[in-house]
Write a protein that binds this ligand. Structure first.
Ligand code: T1G
Length: 622
């Protein structure tokens, strides 16, 4: 049985190292090991204080999400959270100061563990959060009760309904952390040991559950909760944000134990919800998508220090901005100076909203703009590590350009095309360097749309695929490796969605009714209201349908219910997905789910078209 927690005493301080690779998730046995170590430290007369720290690259990334997949009854859920509440409370009741030393991430149950400690010290690049809502859950181990006591209800509401992590400096300013330190994990340990000795000398034990100063203004807390409820999406397939608000409101209105009991009940409601099952499916599907045949963790990757983008159109400009947002300098090449000047202005304007809402300072915008070098020549292309071609969808143009790139760039430089139409193998042949050629299919606007379809050619080298997967993550996006098919996967799936809508129109449903049914299902827009999204030319499909019509299934027109509309559309998507899998354009159903959720907003709380259809069949088969 792995140890899960190492214990060693350093000059009167017990250092408890939590060790459950890769992210120290709290799985079976981990919390028991932590608690045993805490009890050992408390009982050890040579120990004056305790420090809890994570082994490897991070503190604790939360409860092991696999546990929730196994839960089938409310009793199991209530039992699980009651166990976590009790163990965290015993840590909080330790008679010696317990300090959480955080590096990497303290998320979910990891932050809850840290808040059950008496103090929290973190590396200045650490991040803390309660991302449970992204899994259709709420914190189930006291997080909704302790967090507002540290940072107040408003920030707690932000963190528990948005799910986004908070950087250490902001967590320090808000009261979640007590100190942050520069440097590496060793610096953090040294600082935590010194901090622990200070606290031991002071004899100070500060239990989070006893802190009430941040909850003093009950009316303000209630107003904040009401405002947050009102601000939530009107049609939320994911009930977790509402549950999080109710739990935080209870923290402000009720004693700690009563609030904790309500949290456990609300958690049990969420963990068995369809939305949570779907979101947990997507969590693992996203990570599975990064596991590609022939590419392992040991596959070497190439460093991307400098990039180039060919084509200063909307797509090329958006890709250039994506790179500089990740801190990677980029050459932006076009044959036309005027196009370059225009696109540089467009990129600059695209930062305006970030400056207006305070997420970026004007100085930060200037620093990013300075990372883009517009050029009309290939001169410096021998200094870049990747070129992304974002030119017109014309095969002659692309093959000619890839022939030039094969000569103008270094041997190891990745040559990526954004094409969704042509086979990257054709471009690979033209380049003379097939192993370096790959597809990176972005969606407009590239700097906001999260998905990149990575198109693997027959000759693409494994290190080029591995480098692409790593780069996509560094760009803050989600990459799915697909095989070639015209339009690739996202556009092809969306086309089936639009076509089926036209069939329904033809059979008597109104455009308004179809759009309403699908937005109620959770789509960001119905097929008749959507603009060109996911790079698909919706107008082109409308044109196709008008010109050639579609194979009608039933010529009789008549009333169509919203359920029928959703059923037909989701069945059409799943059927197209089955063809995509059969043709080898995607490797797994989960890949298609990720592509549709990130590519054109299939509702995440439904799990993606393949997951949804599979579960619908299960339900109807019951
Ligand atoms: N449980 C199980 N496995 C996890 C995990 C978790 N919490 N977090 C990560 N993994 C696995 C992941 O599947 C992958 O496995 C590997 O670790 C590396 O992950 C009780 C109810 C921490 C920011 O939601 O956000 O606590 O594919 O590729 O990019 O109230 O992982 O290698 O086999 O993402 O460096 C709340 C989820 C849980 C955090 C690191 N916590 N994790 O990102 O690595 S619910 C979360 C992350 C909870 C409590 C509640 C990220 C990360 P494999 P990775 P990364």
């Amino acid at each position: 049985m792995p140890a899960f927690a190492q214990y060693d005493v350093r000059d009167g301080v017990a250092v408890i190292t939590i060790d459950n690779p890769p992210v120290n998730a709290i799985g079976p046995g981990v919390l028991e090991a932590i608690e045993e170590s805490v009890e050992r430290g408390v009982a050890d007369p040579g120990v004056r204080a305790l420090v809890l720290i994570g082994a490897g690259a991070t503190f604790v990334a939360g409860a092991d999400i696999n546990i929730f997949r196994a839960l089938t009854t409310r009793e199991q859920a209530l039992e699980g959270t009651a166990m976590m509440h009790a163990r965290f409370r015993r840590i909080e009741d330790a008679s010696k100061p317990a300090i959480a030393a955080i590096h990497g991430h303290a998320l979910g149950g990891g932050l809850e563990l840290a808040m059950a400690c008496h103090y929290r010290i973190a590396a200045n690049d650490a991040r803390v959060g309660q991302p449970e809502v992204l899994l259709g859950l709420i914190p189930g181990a006291g997080g909704t009760q302790r967090l507002p006591r540290l940072c107040g209800p408003v920030m707690a509401l932000d963190m528990c309904t948005g799910g986004q992590p908070v950087a250490a400096p902001k967590a320090l300013a808000s009261g979640i952390l007590d100190r942050i330190v520069d440097g590496n994990r060793q610096n953090l340990i040294d600082a935590a040991l010194a901090f622990a000795r200070e606290r031991a000398a002071g004899g100070e034990i500060r239990r989070t559950r006893d802190r009430a100063d941040k909850l003093a203004d009950i009316d303000a807390a209630r107003r904040a909760c009401d405002e947050r409820r009102a601000a939530l999406e009107p049609i939320a397939q994911n009930p977790a944000p509402y549950a999080a608000i109710n739990a935080i409101e209870a923290a402000c209105m009720l004693p700690f134990d009563a609030g904790s009991a309500l949290e456990r009940e609300l958690f049990a409601d969420c963990v068995l919800s369809d939305a949570s099952r779907a979101l947990v499916h997507l969590f693992f599907a996203e990570r599975e998508a990064a596991k590609v045949a022939g590419v392992s963790r040991d596959t070497p990757t190439l460093d991307i220090g400098r990039a180039a983008v060919l084509g200063a159109g909307r797509l090329g400009g958006g890709i250039a901005r994506t790179y500089v947002d990740a801190g990677i300098p980029v050459l932006l090449k076009d044959v036309s100076q005027a196009a370059l000047a225009r696109e540089m202005q467009t990129i600059r304007r695209s930062y305006q909203s970030s400056v207006l809402n305070g997420t970026l300072t004007p100085e930060a915008v200037e620093r990013r703009m300075a990372l883009i070098t517009p050029t009309t020549a290939l001169d410096e292309f021998d200094t870049v590590d990747i070129v992304t071609e974002a030119l017109v969808e014309d095969l002659k143009v692309k093959t000619s350009v890839f022939a030039d790139l094969g000569c103008a760039t270094r041997a190891g430089c990745l040559l990526a095309s954004t094409t969704a139409t042509f086979d990257v193998d054709e471009l690979a042949r033209a380049s003379g360097r097939p192993a370096s050629v790959i597809g990176h299919h972005y969606f407009r606007p590239a700097y906001t749309m999260p998905l990149i379809e990575i198109v693997r050619g027959r000759g693409t080298g494994p290190e080029v695929v591995a480098t692409s997967l790593k780069l996509v993550k560094r760009l803050g996006k989600v990459g799915v490796v697909v095989g070639h098919c015209v339009d690739l996967v996202a556009n092809r799936m969306l086309a089936s969605y639009v076509r089926e809508a036209y069939l329904l129109l033809d059979e008597g449903a109104s455009a308004r009714q179809i759009d309403r049914a699908l937005t109620r299902f959770g789509m960001p827009a119905g097929p008749f209201a959507m603009e060109d999204v996911a790079d698909i030319d919706v107008a082109r499909i409308r044109q196709q349908v008008r010109q050639h019509g579609v194979k009608r299934r039933a010529a009789t027109r008549g009333a169509v219910t919203e359920d029928e509309i959703v059923g037909r559309i989701t069945t059409a998507l799943a059927s197209e997905g089955a063809h995509v899998l059969k043709e080898g354009c995607a490797s797994r159903p989960g890949d298609i789910d990720i592509i549709c959720c990130y590519g054109f907003g299939f509702p995440r709380a439904r799990g993606g078209p393949m997951y949804y259809a599979h579960n619908q069949r299960l339900t109807t088969d019951d």
